[in-house]
Design a protein around this ligand. Sequence first.
Ligand code: SF4
Ligand code: SF4
Length: 241
Amino acid sequence: MSSDTLLYKGHLYEKLQEDYRIKEGLKACMNCGVCTAVCPAAEFYKYNPKNIVNIVQRKDEEELEKLLKSDTIWYCGECMSCVTRCPRGNAPGLIIMALRKLSMLSGYYMESEKGRQQYILVKDLCNNILNHGYCIYPRNFDYEEHKEYGTVGKWINENLDDLHKRMGSNLDGEGPGGLRKIPQESLDQLKKIFDVTGATDLMNKVINDAHQQAEKENLSDEDYFKKVYTVNNSSKHLNNG
Ligand code: SF4
Ligand code: SF4
């Protein structure tokens, strides 16, 4: 058991209380299931937000630990449809966000396939945000790594500048327009937000955890990245799997 995990084991509910999203998101759940009925993720995944809220409300440490180690908390799309419909004013989506953070801080996320995929988000999306201001930055898309995009994807990759010019976007250009170059000053402010909110520390933790896991599996960081990226045990995750 890692030192991170030791710190959190048996204190999960207490640690959750430190997250403002739990205070804002959980008032009193009456287990009506409306959140599950409106949840788009529940339609596709083996996923039930009502049950997640119930586990947190019961303060059951054993069940909480299982939840933090599971794929379940990673199925939520953070659309917040549940928030608008809950008759008790709860916000299951916020509760799940707090559980995700705790799963990462405690290291339990490394026991789940979807949890380990946070490495992809950190390496690709978070770095795109910090370096370019966009979570998807077209120049970082490499067709060779995404052949599932087919011939259209290949053509887009090879004709990026021409395509964006014709679409009227302003890829990497000065001034206004979609995909415009974000000024360095704004990127610096973004970085400060990541620093003061703890996001930078969390990103570093995820990268470090991935590096250690790669070493354990005798893989290079690059091969570990590819492995985590491509694994998808859909029968385990999907409702119709
Ligand atoms: S809709 Fe609200 S009260 Fe009903 S189960 Fe979900 S969180 Fe609980
Ligand atoms: S925020 Fe998550 S739990 Fe709530 S409706 Fe959207 S996908 Fe479902």
